[in-house]
Design a protein around this ligand. Structure first.
Ligand code: OAD
Length: 252
């Protein structure tokens, strides 16, 4: 049975913070929900991208071949939204948590770059980055954080460029996958936050894990039965609260 702890529960949080302080190896897996409080749309559920748009048109190699400008327009708009917003207290708390745990890895499905911007260091961006572009001919990758001026985007060699992100039907990058799986295998604890778990990677990482699992989400998900504990609440409040308690219970 999964235990549930909400923000309204007063008992249980200090004990949890105390326990986290003793953890030496932690993997945090994040999804779109951790950026929701930054004003960034999630994929599923009410108001999510996949309610309004078709994933196969906007996030697949076939969709890109059919209409690169449409795909680029969508990525351009997402980049604009990210430039107009910023990481939230959940991102910053996770960056600080990294400094307290000897072996800390963050695997994010998010391409938004907010964890990096908030100061997280040991990150595996398993679905790539919206701030990286890739030449469709030479495979060259470059960073570009400015608003895109011309759509679609071309490489200097004249070939089309694409966002360096993972699309449906594409294969995960081997090196990132190995790093993520190794972290999952050695972690004492995995915290899974702000993800519906609908994309295979999350259950794939939980499968190679032997320790405890804590979920952070607004509501129970398909992952909840695999979790020992659900911290039910917005990640922008849950992580700062945990961090606060970890700092204040020090030495007790
Ligand atoms: P989803 O949109 O599928 O799920 C977002 C999850 O975040 C849901 O379970 C929400 O309940 C939860 N949530 C929303 N706001 C939250 C908050 N403030 N605090 C905590 N939880 C919150 O997003 P992902 O699971 O990230 O892949 O989606 C996985 C992948 O599917 C994405 O990386 C993307 C998408 O298609 C690709 O594009 C390859």
């Amino acid at each position: 049975m999964t235990r549930i702890l909400t923000l309204a529960d007063s008992a249980g949080w200090s004990e949890l913070a105390q326990k986290l302080r003793g953890v030496r190896s932690l993997l945090v897996i994040t999804g779109a929900g951790v950026s929701a409080e930054s004003g960034i749309s999630t994929f599923r559920g009410a108001g999510g991208f996949w309610e309004k748009f078709r994933a196969e048109e906007l996030a697949s190699p076939e969709g890109f071949r059919r209409d690169p400008e449409l795909v680029w327009r969508w990525y351009h708009e997402r980049r604009q939204a990210l430039l107009e917003n910023q990481p939230n207290p959940g991102h910053f708390a996770l960056a600080e948590l990294e400094t307290l745990i000897p072996d800390f890895t963050l695997v994010t499905q998010n391409v938004d770059g907010y964890h990096r911007q908030a100061g997280s260091r040991n990150i595996v961006e398993i679905h790539g980055s919206i701030w990286e572009l890739r030449c469709t001919r030479e495979g060259k990758i470059w960073e570009d954080h400015l608003p895109l001026q011309v759509l679609p985007v071309y490489c200097s060699c004249g070939a089309l460029a694409r966002p360096n992100v993972l699309w449906f039907g594409e294969v995960y990058d081997g090196e990132r996958m190995r790093k993520a799986q190794a972290a999952a295998a050695r972690a004492e604890l995995i915290v899974v936050a702000g993800t519906s778990g609908m994309v295979w990677i999350v259950s794939g990482l939980l499968q190679v894990h032997r320790g405890e699992v804590i979920e952070v989400n607004l509501e129970p998900t398909d992952l909840t039965t695999q979790a020992d504990l659900l911290l039910q609440g917005p990640s922008g409040q849950v992580f700062p609260r945990l961090l606060d308690l970890m700092n204040t219970t020090e030495g007790e």
